[in-house]
Design a protein around this ligand. Structure first.
Ligand code: NDP
Length: 305
């Protein structure tokens, strides 16, 4: 079997187009949905990441502002900045880029974002709404995965879904969303015994561990739909060869950049046994950004629409 590639990039473009269309009537009324992306401790990679989010906003006609703060930013300064954004009428969504520098506690500051502007859905109020299946912002990555499954006509109801990873950002909300869609869900983590025997049961398998290509053939049930959330780097030519076989384009990327992106799933193995997989890059990543725009629009409609 050769797995079908699930084109997250195409689905993300579709969602971004819908956001653009839906924002038009609001913009004509003088209400432009606005996102503020706060980044503390600027390095080239994190800046690029925030820039890609603000650029996507602009392309969809939304307002966006990158707030770049130095690593030495104090608790008081960050709190003041978030309070200021909470109070601004033109900002509908506030994104706090994680991780924060060690002296700043992410929980304290995620809690400080007003729930009506919680674009990532990480505030405890949003988490409660998710658990109770009440309307509210959903964390962008798992929400993007759900959109992909629906738009690719992958049946969820009644299926066995296995998630590897139990973080607040991906694993836990993913489990909730799949449960609400009537999947029977198992969540695995670093203490799960005999992981392959559990993951093989998954008709839908979501890998969100942050471990390069760890999900090999023996972890995947024949015909499973595999969603690879992981974003890791292959850093040696041997790894690139092992993960991607004779993929010349990958090797060229590796040679040019000194590394290449790889997910948690071994791509060559998964292609042979899964029925469908998300590529890395071009799978879940673009969907996360598309859902950020969708959440910004929905928060704007709820507060100012
Ligand atoms: P975390 O580090 O917060 O969580 C990782 C989870 O994986 C933990 O629950 C951990 O278990 C589990 N885990 C780690 N190693 C193993 C193992 N060997 N076997 C079984 N379980 C394991 O990561 P995130 O959830 O934030 O992110 C996961 C991955 O997804 C990362 O690669 C990240 O870069 C990527 N990501 C991608 C996004 C995208 O847009 N594509 C967005 C967000 C994340 P335990 O709880 O026991 O420690």
């Amino acid at each position: 079997m050769t797995a079908r590639l699930l084109d997250g990039k195409r689905v993300a473009q579709e969602i971004q187009g819908e956001v653009k269309d839906a924002a038009k009537p609001l913009i004509e009324k003088g209400i432009t949905p606005g996102l503020a992306a706060v980044l503390v401790g600027v390095n080239a990679a994190s800046k690029l990441y925030v820039n890609s989010k603000t650029k996507a906003c602009q392309e969809a006609g939304l307002f966006s502002e990158a707030v770049l703060l130095p690593t030495e930013t104090t608790r008081e300064e960050l709190a003041k900045k978030l309070d200021e954004l909470n109070g601004r009428d033109d900002i509908d969504g506030i994104l706090l880029q994680l991780p924060l520098p060690d002296h700043l506690d992410s929980t304290e500051f995620l809690d400080r974002i007003h729930p009506s502007k919680d674009v990532d859905g990480f505030h405890p109020e949003s988490v409660g709404k998710l658990v109770q299946k009440r309307p509210g912002p959903r964390p962008c990555t798992p929400a993007g995965v759900m959109e992909l499954l629906r738009r690719e006509n992958i049946e969820i109801s009644g299926k066995r879904a296995v998630i590897v990873g139990r973080s607040d950002i991906v694993g836990k909300p993913m489990a909730m969303l799949l449960t609400h869609a009537n999947a029977t869900v198992t969540v695995c983590h670093s203490r799960t015994k005999d992981l392959p025997s559990v993951t093989r049961e998954g008709e839908i398998l979501v890998a969100a561990m942050g471990r390069a290509a760890i999900i090999r053939k023996e972890f995947i049930g024949p015909g499973a739909v595999v969603i690879d959330v992981g974003m890791n780097r292959a850093e040696t030519a041997e790894q690139v060869k092992d993960f991607f076989g004779d993929d010349e384009k990958r090797m060229a990327t590796f040679e040019r950049r000194g590394s290449t992106l790889v997910g948690d799933v071994h791509p060559k193995d998964a292609m042979e046994i899964a029925s469908a997989i998300t590529p890395v890059p071009g799978g879940v990543g673009p969907l996360t950004i598309a859902m950020l725009l969708k959440n910004t629009l929905e928060l704007c409609e709820a507060r100012r629409g």
